[in-house]
Design a protein around this ligand. Structure first.
Ligand code: FES
Ligand code: FES
Length: 157
C-alpha cells in the first residue's frame, strides 16, 4: 500500500487538513482532492506552466511540487486570486484583447503575469515576453497575451 502522510495547509485563505499519498503532486491534490480545477495539468514535467500556483507568495509549478511539501504553506490558486479580484485588471485586458482561445494556458498565464506585475511593475515588452516564456500557449501566438499584459502595465496604446 502506498505511503500516506497528514498535511495541513492554507488554500485560498481556508485551512485544509488531509491525508495524502506521499507521491501525490500539488496540482493533483488541488484538483482531485479540493476540486480546484483552475490549475491545469499539461506536460506534468515542469515545462508548460499550465499548473502554476502560488506557494507562500511565489509562483511554482504544481506538477513539480509534492502535496506533502506544501505542508504548513499558504497556497493560492487562480480561483482565490480571481475571487479576491487581484487579477481583475489582467482578466479584463485578456478578455478585451482576445488573449485566449481554448483557455488551457490562461490560468497559468494569468498567475505568471500577476507575478510579473509584482516583481517588475514597469516591465518592457521584451521583459514581458521573457517572463511568460515558461508558459506555453498552443493557440494564440502570444501577441495578444503580451499586448494585454503590456496594456495593464503601460496603459492603452
Ligand atoms: S503541467 Fe506543470 S509545467 Fe506543465
Ligand atoms: S489559449 Fe489555448 S493554449 Fe493558450
Amino acid at each position: 500500500m502506498e505511503h500516506a502522510l497528514d498535511i495541513a495547509l492554507t488554500v485560498n485563505g481556508t485551512q485544509v487538513s488531509r491525508r495524502v499519498p506521499a507521491r501525490q503532486n500539488l496540482v493533483d491534490f488541488l484538483r482531485d482532492e479540493l476540486g480546484l480545477t483552475g490549475a491545469h495539468v499539461g506536460c506534468e514535467h515542469g515545462v508548460c506552466g499550465a499548473c502554476t500556483v502560488r506557494v507562500d507568495g511565489d509562483i511554482v509549478r504544481g506538477c513539480l511540487m509534492l502535496a506533502v511539501q506544501a505542508n504548513g504553506c499558504r497556497v493560492e490558486t487562480i480561483e482565490g486570486l480571481s475571487d479576491s479580484k487581484e487579477l481583475a485588471k489582467l482578466q479584463e485586458a485578456f478578455h478585451e484583447r482576445n488573449a485566449l482561445q481554448c483557455g488551457f494556458c490562461t490560468p497559468g498565464m494569468l498567475m505568471a503575469a500577476q507575478d510579473l506585475l509584482k516583481t517588475n511593475p514597469k516591465a518592457s515588452r521584451d521583459e514581458i515576453r521573457l517572463y511568460i516564456s515558461g508558459n506555453y500557449c498552443r493557440c494564440t501566438g502570444y501577441q495578444a497575451i503580451v499586448d494585454a499584459i503590456e496594456e495593464v502595465i503601460h496603459g492603452p496604446r
